[in-house]
Design a protein around this ligand. Structure first.
Ligand code: BG6
Length: 482
């Protein structure tokens, strides 16, 4: 029977924009995430608040004092980091994934020197982790960019972003390299293809380029910025490791007809190519061919081939929530604009938000990535969102979450038995936070309940759920009972 390695990094994950709060404290500038508002009924109507257009953005600015912007509040980690890290320590966390808010350090993104209060805040957080032997796993950018860069240069569409970002990441490496061993450059770098505002901090309708070209151009800038960061990291960090990160969607053909299999293979190219570039150091032929066929003309960054080759990562990390089903038949394809392609899979149960539950898909994914890349893999997001209920005696009985995570951990253990090198597992939103897609507090993932609702009402007090005690035992036994 396979075992989890003795140094397996058990933990949980968060992001600054969804968790930190304190949006107007310590000299922090606003981020583009701070302009995403909660739109009620979004679950039902499939309105994704993160798909912000220029028109919506202008409206949000005009009504800044009236609208509900949950990302500004997060879960108030800014004031409660000591209490939260103590809770993570109580669960026995080996690692804690968090991201740094770029605008907390460089409020507009243009400053040459960082804001001291922001710098100190992250020192405090890392020191607190170290106190309990928790290794921070730090994402340099988890979507949020200083909003000034969205407004002044249409975010990642502009190649100047590369220089600004690398200025920021070089600072992070120089300042925190003795406190942080594990780093990730971009969260879900592929997500810009699903939401250009979320992933790129930009409005495609404001570009002179066709929408798809604008997106792939911005992604090119991000890939260059990531590679330059990785190179600098390797030259300056002694024993740290740096990884990439994508939202991993394992695609299945709708039928075994070769047409559906081909459509699936083509869709997979989109799944693979950012990791191909970040792990292998070059654009694969299939995506270059796609660009040619679809008249996507990229302004290639000078010496980009060399930069990508020199900036390959040490490990590949993924978020894994569900798999997708692909059909070649137009009437079975998801409409353009759907957040992710996700035809119903009759073999999977679904969550309250319609996400298919597929632990075996994770085993498939891990094997697939192992064969393709041969670098260690880190699962840095996975988890079950639910409408948790708190009882009168302040308990949260979330056995459904335990079942979900147990099944996924079992799949990881089996993949390890298959020969996959898996570094660790950080489940998403280990302490409840604002959901990204729905800008909603009541879509909960955590082991710890935060008493707050979608409008920000509540005490923000923390309450361990049943899964808290269960996960503590899992970590204690290094997953022996999984
Ligand atoms: C990932 C993101 O895509 O999915 C997280 O990296 C996000 O930021 C998570 O929160 C879950 O999605 P959601 O929409 O349920 O919050």
């Amino acid at each position: 029977m396979a075992k989890f390695p003795i140094d397996f990094l058990w933990g949980g994950a968060t992001s600054a924009s969804q968790y930190e709060g304190g949006h107007n404290e310590g000299g922090r500038g606003l981020s583009h995430m701070d302009f995403i508002r909660r739109i009620e009924k979004s679950d039902k109507d499939k309105v994704f608040p993160i798909n912000v257009t220029k028109k919506m953005f202008d409206d949000h600015k005009t009504h800044e004092n009236e609208y509900n912007f949950p990302f500004r509040r997060g879960s108030d980690f800014y004031h409660r980091y000591k209490e939260d890290i103590a809770l993570l320590a109580e669960m026995g966390f080996k690692t804690f994934r968090l991201s740094i808010s770029w605008s907390r350090l460089f409020p507009t993104g243009l400053e040459k020197t960082p804001c001291e209060e922001g710098v100190q805040f992250y020192h405090n957080v890392f020191q607190e982790c170290r106190k309990y032997d928790i290794e921070p796993l730090v994402t340099m950018i988890h979507y949020d960019i200083p909003v000034y860069l969205t407004e002044s240069m249409n975010g990642w569409e502009d190649p100047k972003m590369i220089e600004l970002f690398v200025h920021y990441t070089k600072f992070l490496i120089d300042e925190y390299k003795d406190e942080v061993k594990y780093w990730i450059t971009f969260n879900e770098i592929n997500m810009i293809m699903n939401s250009s505002y979320l992933g790129g901090g930009m409005f495609v309708e404001c570009s002179d380029k066709p929408a798809e070209t604008c997106i792939h151009q911005a992604l090119h800038h991000q890939l260059i910025a990531s590679a330059l960061t990785v190179k600098y990291f390797h030259e300056n960090s002694k024993d740290g490791l740096v990884g990439n990160m994508i939202a991993r969607l394992q695609n299945y053909p709708y039928t075994c007809s070769s047409k559906d299999v081909l459509a699936t293979q083509q869709q997979n190219q989109f799944n693979y190519f950012p990791t191909d570039i970040q792990v292998k150091g070059y654009y694969p032929a299939s995506i270059l061919n796609y660009y040619r066929k679809n008249n996507i003309d990229i302004d290639w960054y000078p010496n980009y081939e060399e930069i990508l080759k020199e900036g390959t990562v040490d490990f590949a990390s993924i978020s894994y929530y569900h798999t997708a089903v692909i059909s070649s038949e137009p009437d079975k394809q998801e409409p353009i604009g759907a957040f992710i392609r996700n035809l119903e899979n009759p073999y999977n149960e679904i969550t309250s938000w319609g996400w298919g539950i597929d632990p075996t898909g994770l085993r498939i994914t891990l094997n697939d990535m192992t064969d393709r890349y041969g670098v260690p893999i880190f699962i840095v997001e996975n988890g079950l969102a639910a409408h948790d209920q708190i009882t009168k005696d302040l308990k949260i009985h979330d056995e459904y979450r335990i079942e979900y995570i147990k099944a996924h951990l079992r799949a990881i253990k089996e993949a390890i038995g298959d020969g996959c090198d898996v570094m660790g597992y950080t489940s998403w939103g280990c302490i409840d936070l604002v959901s990204c897609g729905d800008a909603q507090m009541t879509k909960r993932y955590g082991y710890v309940y935060v008493d707050a609702d979608d409008k920000g009402n509540g005490t923000y007090k923390r309450y361990p759920k049943d899964s808290f005690y269960w996960y503590r035992n899992v970590i204690k036994d290094n997953g022996a009972d999984i």
